[in-house]
Design a protein around this ligand. Structure first.
Ligand SMILES: C[S@@+](CC[C@H](N)C(=O)[O-])C[C@H]1O[C@@H](n2cnc3c(N)ncnc32)[C@H](O)[C@@H]1O
Length: 458
């Protein structure tokens, strides 16, 4: 997973700039120009008028008239001071509330969306969440309740992670997803392709403390130890550094035998290597693997490799297939969403030459986008038919919590499943210990997916 956080700085959001300008205009309209004689005269007469008014007020309040002018002025000044102090306190507390709201990105978004048809509660999936159809339409065994229970257990584990700042690696959502699924599936062997500094190896280890791991990565995680935190596992076979072999070139039969694996359905393969997922799916199927997790399941128009999510984005799927017509509802909605979510794409970005919207503007990306091959819509359609023919299960990990809780600004909820903890459930979010985590750990969600596969026809 290669994370680049390129959201606009909150203070630069257009609606906030406008608000700032608006406030500036209001305030400057009220201010007299400095040193202006009119301003001084106006202040003088205002003072006198206030003094008279207060005198009248005091007469009413205390039941007698203040004949002594200096007494009256003293009382008037004191009352005026009192009014000023109370007024300032009120304005200060109001400003503080205003500042909180302004710095609270997601609330700004909430107010924007709730002012129209874009209410945050219905944001999730409002542009569609194209799922891959499986052979028999089966779904996973675990439920939201299981995920919540898992979160309760995982948060304290996550807090002990050795690599605290895993920029360019997995954040909280996917770390949880990988841990949860590995624990649920209880594999005898875990294989990972793409280790970086070893954070995902550590996550797999937390899920299954006694099971062996095989890790494939061009650079050995130990190399990172020289510069800072990294994780090297004691029960892991590394195909890394000078021993690196690409997943597609490993003699899996021999390697599995060496690890004492006789039942390949007891192996979990985790890909975070930014390779074309169609290529990886075919290689995994050829080797006989069944349980796959893809970390970066990029949405159409985004990412550096062709993903299952992209492949299954087809017109016959809800939220799938797109029109490049610039005056459509989808185009308008996408344009608005792009203002708030770093990964949202508008129609201009979604569509390439010849109105090609599939993959990334009609291109099948591979290997961190070092390779990019244009494909026709027919090829894209055939790819989805192939994927559907080998899928037993397809399950996208939902985001752990809504953006008003996590303050994430990257993925667009309109293209994501409902979160495990919905917006508004701050009590639960806090109770699970999630409010203690830095907001940046929630910025890496890219629809991690679990795919159970078997040869077509089986
Ligand atoms: C995004 S990082 C992995 C992050 C890691 N899983 C984590 O959670 O911290 C991608 C990794 O894939 C590695 N990589 C590049 N090409 C690869 C290949 N063909 N096979 C396996 N890993 C590859 C990169 O060197 C990099 O370490």
């Amino acid at each position: 997973m290669l994370k680049k956080i390129k959201g606009r700085a909150p203070e630069q959001r257009p609606e906030q700039l406008n608000l700032g300008r608006m406030q500036e205009t209001i305030f400057s309209a009220r201010r007299p120009s400095p040193g202006s004689p009119e301003g001084c005269r106006e202040d003088d007469s205002k003072m006198r008028r206030t003094s008279l008014l207060l005198n009248r007020f005091a007469t009413k309040l205390f039941g007698f008239r203040l004949e002594n002018h200096s007494m009256a002025q003293l009382l008037a000044t004191s009352l005026l001071l009192l009014v000023v102090v109370v007024g300032s306190l009120f304005v200060l507390s109001w400003r503080r509330r205003e500042v909180c709201v302004a710095s609270y990105d997601s609330l700004t978004r909430t107010s924007f969306f709730s002012s129209g048809v874009y209410g945050l509660a219905s944001d999730f999936g409002s542009l569609g969440v194209p799922w891959c159809r499986s052979k028999q339409g089966k779904t996973v065994e675990w439920t939201t309740k299981d995920l919540l229970k898992g979160l309760e257990e995982f948060v304290p584990i996550y807090e002990t992670r050795p690599i605290k700042n895993n920029i360019y690696g997995m954040g909280f959502d996917h770390s949880f997803g990988l841990w949860f699924m590995a624990r649920w599936l209880k594999p005898d062997l875990m294989i990972e392709s793409g280790a970086f500094k070893g954070h995902s190896t550590w996550v797999l280890r937390q899920a299954m403390p006694d099971k062996p791991i095989i890790s494939l990565s061009p650079r050995h995680p130990e190399k990172y130890l020289k510069k800072g935190p990294a994780y090297v596992d004691g029960n892991c076979t590394y195909f890394a550094g000078k021993n690196f072999v690409d997943f597609g070139s490993v003699e899996w039969e021999t390697v599995l035998q060496k690890h004492g694996i006789s039942d390949i359905s007891r192996v979990l393969v985790f890909f975070d290597d930014h390779q074309n997922e169609l290529k990886r799916l075919k290689q995994a199927l050829k080797a006989g693997f069944h349980h796959l997790i893809f970390e970066d399941n990029y949405d159409t128009g985004t990412g550096d490799h062709y993903s299952l999510r992209q492949i299954c984005d087809q017109p016959y799927i809800r939220g799938g297939g797109h029109s490049c017509f610039r005056d459509s509802d989808e185009a308008r909605l996408r344009m608005k969403r792009k203002m708030f979510w770093a990964q949202a794409v508008d129609i201009g970005e979604l569509c390439g030459e010849g109105e090609a919207w599939w993959g990334v503007r009609g291109v099948m990306r591979d290997d961190f986008n070092h390779s990019n091959k244009p494909i026709t819509y027919e090829e894209h359609f055939q790819n989805s038919r192939y994927v559907e023919s080998v899928l037993d299960l397809y399950w996208e990990l939902p985001p752990v919590a809504g953006p008003s809780l996590t303050h994430q600004t990257r993925y667009d909820p309109a293209r994501a499943a409902d979160p495990v903890i919905e917006d508004g459930r701050f009590g639960l979010f806090r109770r699970l210990g999630l409010s203690k985590l830095d907001a940046s750990v929630f910025n890496g969600y890219t629809q991690m997916v679990y795919a159970k596969i078997s040869a077509s026809g089986s």
